[in-house]
Ligand binder design. Structure first.
Ligand SMILES: NC(=O)c1ccc[n+]([C@@H]2O[C@H](COP(=O)([O-])OP(=O)(O)OC[C@H]3O[C@@H](n4cnc5c(N)ncnc54)[C@H](O)[C@@H]3O)[C@@H](O)[C@H]2O)c1
Ligand SMILES: O=C(O)C(=O)C[C@@H](O)[C@H](O)[C@H](O)COP(=O)(O)O
Ligand SMILES: [Zn+2]
Length: 348
């Protein structure tokens, strides 16, 4: 899968080189309303003069088939052929949706990822998972499809809102918790703010690539990358149904990691001391998500649609100690609801 990940100032010149190849008939650039204004100017010098822009509205609520319709409609109106390339310039919503739309248009055109949020640079642009939300369920429709390249310019982060930066940091912490205890322990002492995002991105991408290479289609070890997401996606999906209470993906995953760490303690896999370290670090970065005890059953039921499930069994990724994820651990809706009540009782 996408072995071609270029990180640093050389990323956009390398993209320009790819787009100039004779095998590329046309270049389309997918943006959302914010990346059109704040990221496109940095990319412009690296695009051919005759590129075409396709814009969708910003936000998770637009990660839908309706937005794909916009993309497919524009590609069709412009007579895009199979040699066209779609450049996805944005956060995880644009890279997930753009990759999915490209994979389906005329049974597949090439796409490249130019991630502009920390979350998309450390996680969403890498590994070939693409998709959209459907009927309120996260990434319910999607395909595994490798991009023709991933071009990561950390400079894009200069315009990113701090809340979005933190959201991306949750996936970095996830990578440490499942596979790198040393990095977790070092960074929890240093705190989350850094002036060297490039190193964090390089290490996170390398860690994710190693896991993806071992299991690109998520039959086994790739499920480690879903730590925090059984509960996190349930929370994110539930809160998306509550106007004004939406959580960012990373915020929901951060809460999910606390809940799933607690479940790991209940299974005897993780010690109470380790849970305490995880909670202390997570709450030093993230505010607690706001929900009430009465809502926990409704939230937990969203996990019945989790993609790791087998039949009626909800399979969760848990921690067998910090730095060691373990996948396919059955949990029940009642246990998930209990973990949410534990989270709710915690003092942030
Ligand atoms: N495919 C995967 O492996 C994978 C991994 C993790 C998350 N995801 C998905 O990614 C999505 C979340 O991605 P996200 O957090 O990037 O959200 P996002 O794409 O909604 O971007 C967050 C916000 O930041 C704005 N933005 C983007 N880049 C900017 C920049 N440089 N400066 C200023 N504003 C900018 C966007 O317009 C948006 O408003 C979720 O849908 C999640 O499910 C996918
Ligand atoms: O790359 C993966 O594999 C992941 O699980 C990464 C997750 O951070 C990401 O949110 C992914 O989109 C979740 O996928 P899903 O299969 O649970 O929808
Ligand atoms: Zn995620």
């Amino acid at each position: 899968m996408d072995n071609s990940v270029i990180i640093g100032p050389e990323a956009l010149p390398a993209l320009a080189e790819l787009l100039q190849r004779p095998a590329v008939s046309r270049v389309f650039v997918l943006v959302d309303g914010n990346t059109a204004r704040q990221c496109l100017p940095l990319l412009l010098p690296h695009l051919p003069a005759d590129y075409k822009l396709i814009e969708i509205p910003a936000g998770e609520e637009y990660k839908t088939l309706a937005s794909c319709d916009t993309v497919w409609g524009e590609l069709t109106a412009q007579h895009a052929d199979r040699h066209a390339v779609l450049v996805n310039l944005g956060g995880g919503v644009v890279t997930d949706l753009g990759g999915f739309a490209a994979a389906l248009y005329k049974r597949g055109i090439r796409f490249v990822q130019v991630p502009t949020t920390l979350l998309a640079q450390v996680d969403a642009s890498v590994g070939g998972k693409t998709g959209v939300d459907f009927q309120g369920y996260k990434n319910q429709l999607g395909v595994f499809q490798a991009p023709a390249g991933v071009f990561i310019a950390p400079k894009f982060l200069e315009t990113l809102d701090p809340r979005q930066l933190k959201s991306g940091y949750a996936e970095v912490v996830k990578h440490w918790l499942i596979a790198d205890a040393d990095a977790f322990n070092t960074n929890r002492r240093l705190g989350w703010l850094t002036d060297d995002w490039t190193s964090i991105i390089r290490e996170s991408v390398a860690l994710k690539q190693r896991i993806v290479a071992s299991d690109p289609l998520e039959a086994g070890p790739r499920k480690l990358l879903n730590f925090g997401h059984t509960v996190g996606h349930a929370l994110e999906s539930y809160l998306l149904t509550q106007p004004g209470r939406e959580a960012l993906h990373g915020e929901a995953v951060a809460a999910g990691m606390v809940c799933e760490s607690w479940l790991s303690v209940q299974r005897g896999l993780l010690s109470a001391e380790e849970l305490d370290k995880i909670e202390t670090f997570i709450f030093s970065v993230f505010d607690k998500l706001d929900f009430v005890t009465l809502e926990t059953n409704a939230i937990a039921e969203f996990a019945l649609q989790d993609k790791k499930n087998a039949g009626a069994t909800i399979n969760c990724t848990l921690l067998e100690g910090i730095g060691h994820g373990v996948y396919d651990q059955p949990v029940t809706v009642a246990e998930i609801a209990e973990s949410l009540r534990y989270y709710h009782r915690l003092q942030a």
